[in-house]
Design a protein around this ligand. Structure first.
Ligand SMILES: [Ca+2]
Length: 279
């Protein structure tokens, strides 16, 4: 039987359409309402929130030397998803107490992906970072991955990305990395066609982009998820916040850096505020 569209129904049964819309909207509200509300404060100070409400589950100041180029050469539980693709190239260098990442993106066919166990539902990471100015257009993507949940490409859940001119927060779990959405989107990308309006509109709801200007100073970055909200702060100031259902994923299993070129990292802290692994 041919599926009946809502618009077709509306011509013959407006009451039924209203009922359907009520159910659809009501369902979405019910899903959101089941989550605890995010902070109502207009500009939460998330480093303070993590310290006051959270448990520090990991800290690394990188005051040591790495042991080579392989996936676990950084030590202290870090792993690299890309190091073993190019064993002859050092992508992670511990130097003067700083993790200096220089991605062999071309040779490895992927941006350097360095990750550590996280393990929280609500919580976040505090990181000191610096773009060293060694390559043009330096950027940093950091966020959360869960490769044990099916239906998400490579387990990509959600990220904050700093580009030279913007900060983006994005829900990948229910956006571009959802396998059904990814497959549908890819067909249009392969044909170099514009995305259909419904898909384009859906994906726009999954992210927020705010203007920002990168420099080569050290900064403290705080990236948190609280219920279905993700927030990114720099040097104590909230820069971006966004709500999307994928941010509420119950298991932020890994904290990950994806680095296409060069960035320096120090003092990584991972805080767990709430732990509720049941979906
Ligand atoms: Ca250090």
């Amino acid at each position: 039987m041919k599926p009946t569209s809502v618009s077709a129904l509306s011509r013959c049964a407006p009451a039924l359409t209203l009922a359907l819309q009520f159910l659809l909207v009501g369902g979405a509200h019910a899903q959101t309402a089941a989550l605890p509300p995010p902070s109502q404060s207009p500009a939460p100070h998330d480093a303070s929130w993590l310290r006051a409400k959270g448990t520090l589950v990991f800290h690394d100041a990188f005051e040591r030397e790495e042991t080579g180029n392989d996936a676990k050469a950084i030590g202290n539980g870090w792993n690299s998803a890309t190091a073993d693709r190019v064993p002859q190239i050092k992508m992670a260098d511990l130097d003067a107490g700083i993790l200096k990442i220089s991605s062999a993106t071309k040779e490895a066919g992927h941006a350097a992906h360095i990750h550590h166990e996280a393990g929280f539902t609500d919580g976040g990471a505090v990181v000191r970072f610096k773009f060293p100015g060694l390559t043009k257009g330096e950027s940093l993507q950091l966020g959360f991955v869960d490769r044990e949940t099916k239906g998400i490409h490579a387990g990509h859940l959600c990220y904050g990305t700093l580009s030279p001119t913007s900060v983006t927060l994005i829900d990948h779990k229910t956006g571009v990395m959802n396998l059904e959405i990814r497959q549908r989107r890819q067909a249009y990308l392969d044909r170099k066609e514009k995305l259909p309006a419904d898909l384009d509109a859906l994906l726009k709801t999954k992210q927020v982009v705010v203007p920002w200007k990168a420099d080569t100073d050290w900064h403290e970055l705080v990236l948190v998820t609280e219920a279905d909200e993700m927030r990114l702060s720099l040097d104590g100031q909230l820069v971006a916040r966004h709500r999307s259902v994928g941010f509420a994923h119950p298991m932020k299993r890994w904290f990950s850096f994806l680095v296409p070129s060069t960035v320096w990292i120090d003092d990584v802290k991972i805080w767990k505020v709430r732990w509720n692994p049941a979906p």
